[in-house]
Each structure stands twice: as C-alpha cells, then as structure tokens.
Design a protein around this ligand. Structure first.
Ligand code: ATP
Length: 363
C-alpha cells in the first residue's frame, strides 16, 4: 500500500539539472532519510514525491498507483496521493489555536468529540506542547510551532509521513528528545516516513535506510550501519561521522592475494581483498584508532600535535610522515604532551580503501 518507487526521475529548474536520474524504493514501514549537504536536491525529491513539483522525466508509483509519468506528462494532484507533509516552515493556521490546529484533520474525518479530544491530547503530550494548547501560532517560538506541525501530522496516524527538516529549530536537548519520540512513533504506528535532513547524526539515529545525495545525484542507499561502515565514495565518507573520518594517501600493490603496502605508513600491510593496484586513499574513523604509549607490532609512530578535551572523550591530533595528520577519538581523559611520540594501531578490517582517481570504494 505505502511502497514508493522513483524511476529515472529528472528535474530541471530553468536549464539547471537539479535531480539527475534518481532511482530508489521506499518500502512500506521504512524510515527513509534523504541526507546530503545544502542544495543537493533533498527537498526537491520530497516535493516531486508529494506533487508540489513535477519532474520532466521519470515515473513515481505509490503502492500500485502510478502518480507521476513524466513521458506522458501525467501528474496526479498532491491531494490524491495520500501523503502527509510537514515542512520546515510549519504552515500552521494562524487563526486557530494549537489545539484546533492539531484537531483539524480529525474533525474532517467526522470522529466523535471525545475521540478527537483523546487523540489530540495524546499528540500534544508526545510533542511536549500540551501547556500551549490554547495559544495561537503567533504566540509560540519557532521550535514550539515546529512541534505543533508534527503533532498535527501524526494525530491522523498517516500511512506515509513526509518530514522536511522538522527539528531544525529545536535546541540540542529537545532535538534529542524529539528524535527518540519520532523513532518511537515510527515503530508504534508502523508509518512509512520520508525524512529530509543535512544532519548525519539525525539520519544515523532514526532511519532504517538512508539515501545520500550530492549535487543532484543519489550516491548511496543503505542502512545507517552500511552507510557508516562502507561509505560508497570519498564524498559520503567525508560527510558521515563526527568528527569526520581520516583520509590517508597510500599506494596499493597486489601481492600474492591480498596485501596492500603503503609507503607513507612504512611497512604496514593492510589486507586488501581486491586485486586493485595503484594510488588509493585509506579511510579510518577516529574512534577505530588506538594510541599506544610504546611501540607494538604494526604500529605507526606519530607525534602529538594537539589534545582537545571534550568532556567524556578527548580528541588527539597526531602527525606522522611529517605531513599526514590523523585525528583519534580517545574515550576518557589523556595528558599526552604536545610533541611527544606515540604509536597508533587499528584493526585492518575497519579500513576502507578508495580508488584515488574515481574516488569509489574498492573494499
Ligand atoms: P537544503 O538542505 O538547503 O534545503 P536541499 O538539498 O533540500 O537543500 P533543494 O531545495 O532540493 O536542496 O534544491 C536543490 C537545488 O535546486 C538548489 O541548487 C536550489 O537552488 C535549486 N532550486 C530549488 N528550488 C528551486 C526553484 N523553485 N527554482 C529554481 N531553482 C530551485
């Protein structure tokens, strides 16, 4: 019923190619996040799904129904697509109170007053806006309005819910609470959710699937774990992770099966499952690197260039080979002296290897 499929979607604004041959499927019950930097086409993708924009080419089906066929210039009206959309700009009705805004969708469904009251009160409580139920939108902060917009969308228990940066105006604590709430709602209602954000932590926390966009291209669709562990190219790798992943240039030599030797890392050999040879980039997360105070096997000698305490963890910046810098996330406090020497090790299977020319993941 609520499976959504996009096939070869192309969208232009004037002569600018904004969506470039987008293909993906959102399965029923998915929490699919469209992720990518500002201007990459996330919102436009959401808008073509809802019918607020028409793509020049491609097909969109919702359930069994074709709602867009660019070749035939067929575009089903937004109201006929059975979708429920919450924008970053909340679009609340200014002449209605918070309560009336949230209740509005249910009054259209001709429910009893008591039933409406129970559902609205519950949605207001979930979004922590119960105390403001008699206020008008103009009497609320941006974050409060955003939560009213979400309450208004979830109260009707829609089959498909589309959310465009719905938490962007909340402070850090409330955003964390709302992420947990949205994740719980998704589980409870089994709603299919399409969620737009440029915040990779938000995407990794809530989604069952993530679609990563860059410059109008859909670069990777995978589970949060899949995206995190195996970013498809260097742009995705650079975008995911906080602090971001370390990149180290290396050269790969195929030797008797699976050896990758790297001049900049000295004699460290990293197993490489492909027969790829040539210039590569190794990518490794700061939390996957261990700092040793003494030399151990396969360790790389580094000097400490900065120590950045961050509460429960410390970020340690290290330099080796005079020019290569890596960041290490150390859980706890450390007191390494700047300029002192340490030795780093990391599990070889945690290293992703990218072809330097094509920027694509090799292994
Ligand atoms: P953000 O995170 O900043 O909202 P986004 O990934 O959602 O970005 P889109 O809003 O989809 O990006 O925009 C994609 C590109 O299309 C941008 O370059 C934008 O300037 C352009 N664009 C969007 N809407 C229009 C429009 N109505 N007319 C012309 N260009 C547009």
């Amino acid at each position: 019923m609520s499976r959504i499929e996009l096939k070869n979607i192309n969208k232009y604004f004037d002569h600018n190619h904004i969506l470039k041959d987008i293909n993906f499927v959102i399965e029923e019950g998915d929490f699919m996040t469209l992720l990518g930097p500002s201007g990459c086409g996330k919102t436009t993708t959401l808008r073509v799904i809802t019918g607020l924009e028409n793509p020049e080419e491609g097909i969109i089906t919702i359930g069994e129904k074709e709602v867009v066929n660019g070749d035939n210039r067929f575009y089903a009206p937004a109201s006929k697509r059975g979708l429920n959309l919450v924008f970053q700009s909340y679009a609340l009705w200014p002449h209605m109170t918070v309560y009336e805004n949230v209740a509005f969708g249910l009054t259209l469904k001709k429910m009893s007053k008591q039933e409406i009251r129970t559902k609205v009160e519950s949605a207001l409580e979930k979004m922590r806006i119960h105390p403001y139920k008699d206020r008008y939108p103009s009497e609320l902060s941006g974050g409060q309005q955003q939560r009213v917009a979400i309450a208004r969308a979830i109260v009707t228990e829609p089959k498909i819910l589309l959310l465009d940066e719905p938490l962007s105006n909340l402070d850090a604590k409330l955003r964390l609470e709302m992420r947990a709430e949205l994740k719980r709602l998704h589980r409870e209602l089994n709603t299919t959710i399409i969620y737009v954000t440029h915040d990779q932590v938000e995407a990794l926390t809530m989604s069952t699937k993530i679609a990563v966009f860059f410059e109008g291209n859909l670069v990777q669709v995978d589970t949060p774990r899949g995206i995190y562990r195996h970013p498809a190219d260097l742009r995705v790798a650079d975008f995911i992770g906080n602090p971001t992943i370390n990149f180290v240039d290396a050269s790969c030599t195929y030797q008797g099966g699976c050896l990758l030797t790297d001049s900049s890392l000295g004699r460290v050999a990293i197993p490489c499952e492909t027969q790829h040879t040539g210039e590569v980039v190794l990518a490794i997360y700061p939390e996957d690197i261990t700092i040793n105070s003494e030399q151990v096997q396969d360790a790389i000698r580094c000097s400490v260039s900065s120590v950045l305490p961050a509460g429960s963890e410390t970020l340690v910046q290290l330099t080796f080979d005079d020019t290569t810098t890596v960041l290490v996330k150390y859980m706890g406090e450390t007191d390494y002296e700047i300029g002192s020497h340490v030795w780093i090790t990391f599990p070889k299977e945690k290293v992703n290897v990218y072809d330097k020319a094509s920027q694509q993941l090799i292994t």
